[in-house]
Design a protein around this ligand. Structure first.
Ligand code: AMP
Ligand code: ZN
Length: 178
């Protein structure tokens, strides 16, 4: 699929409006227009990958680090008690938009939401969306400035147990006998 035909790429480029709760150079997060619970956020890599299989591993590291922080923003910004993270991978699994995205869905005790047979609610107004956007966005914690370089750790040398002279001569005798 080309960028021009992809709704989420178009949101990333600012050509289709969205209620953005977070963005950095790799990742964009915005309110799902038909939320399963109010404050339901979609997190996408800015680069187009159709699904989890397509994204290279090195891009997953900043992506998942952002997901963690965005989820905290959703949790605190909606005053939820928990959240589900859902990834529908491929059409058969219910993926409607072929640009990799994670759903972060705030959860409340007794909210009656069945993950798997999704419901889609409607926001009452743009104002309601704006409030949630601002609240979630304000609650996304600051990220670590850079991933710490993986330092080559000196593995501790394995301890070699020295055998006593008695043990050595016993072993020698056993070998000779054999
Ligand atoms: P999936 O079924 O996993 O592909 O989820 C796609 C999600 O994208 C659905 O929950 C839709 O409500 C949501 N969606 C579709 N178009 C937009 C849009 N323009 N802005 C925000 N969310 C959207
Ligand atoms: Zn795309």
């Amino acid at each position: 699929m080309e960028v021009k035909d992809c709704v989420f790429c178009q949101i990333g480029l600012g050509k289709i409006p969205a209620k953005v709760v977070y963005q950095d150079s790799n990742v964009l997060a915005f309110l799902d227009i038909n939320p399963s619970n109010k404050g339901h956020v979609l997190v996408i890599p800015k680069n187009h990958f159709s699904d989890l299989v397509e994204i290279p591993e090195h891009e997953l590291k900043p992506f998942m680090a952002a997901v963690k922080r965005i989820a905290e923003g959703v949790l605190r910004g909606t005053k939820a008690e928990g959240f589900n993270i859902v990834l529908n991978n491929s059409k058969a699994a219910g993926q409607a938009i072929p640009h990799l995205h994670l759903h972060v869905i705030p959860r409340f005790t007794g909210d009656d939401l069945q993950i798997g047979s999704w419901r889609h609610l409607k926001y009452e107004s743009e104002e309601e969306m704006n409030k949630l956007r601002d609240s979630i966005s304000a609650n996304v914690p600051a990220g670590e400035p850079e991933f710490p370089r993986e330092e080559k750790s000196e593995l501790p040398k394995p301890k070699v147990k020295r055998r006593s002279k008695k043990e050595v001569s016993f072993i020698k005798r056993e070998i000779e006998k054999a």
